[in-house]
Design a protein around this ligand. Structure first.
Ligand code: AMP
Length: 178
């Protein structure tokens, strides 16, 4: 079985979760399989090794699960991007629109100060709004955005084009495309 076949075999479609009409990509089986989890982390690391990242940003919450081991292997620090009310220090903050309502994300101001090279990691790229917002936080902090990496991309939702529009020239590495 190829790495791609292994990863695909450990991702389960859950129709109508968390709301009707959404097909949720459940990565729990992948996380729980030592071979699949290691293969996913190794693939992110291999795809991003040349970017020279000094920090890996993980997006709450499933992004943390890949950002931390990738950062360890890349020799980078890991920086959480979080929902409001979780980070105790001064933060940069940005909001972005969802289909209904909006979301806010924050990052510690001091975490990315001073010329860091930053890779943004999440599990799923859908419309790209979340990753683009994380990229804005990196830019607001004065750091250099060197790439995005996701386990999987839902191509029909246009996230790749949205990221290219919002962060031109920043590479997106998706291990799987659906
Ligand atoms: P978006 O901002 O539309 O790109 O949505 C990306 C965020 O929502 C990621 O943090 C994902 O964890 C989550 N997400 C969106 N759509 C799905 C989906 N179909 N299955 C699993 N997670 C999703």
């Amino acid at each position: 079985m190829s790495v791609e076949e292994l990863l695909r075999s450990r991702i389960v479609d859950v129709p109508d979760f968390p709301i009707p009409g959404v097909v949720f990509k459940d990565i729990s089986p992948l996380l729980g399989d030592p071979d699949a989890f290691a293969a996913a982390v190794d693939a992110v690391v291999a795809a991003c090794a040349d970017a020279g990242a000094t920090k890996v940003v993980g997006i709450e919450a499933r992004g943390f699960l890949f950002a931390a081991p990738a950062a360890y292997h890349l020799g980078a620090g890991v920086v959480p991007v979080r929902k409001p009310g979780k980070l105790p220090g001064p933060t940069h903050e940005t909001s972005y629109d969802l289909e209904y309502g909006s979301n806010v994300l924050q990052v510690h101001r001091q975490a990315l100060a001073g010329g860091e090279r930053v890779l943004v990691v999440d599990d799923v790229l859908a419309t790209g709004g979340t990753a683009a917002a994380a990229g804005r936080l990196v830019a607001d902090a004065g750091a250099e955005l060197v790439g995005f990496a996701v386990l999987l991309e839902l191509a029909s939702l246009g996230g790749r084009a949205h990221l290219e529009d919002q962060h031109p020239g920043v590479p997106l590495h998706a291990l799987l495309t659906y």
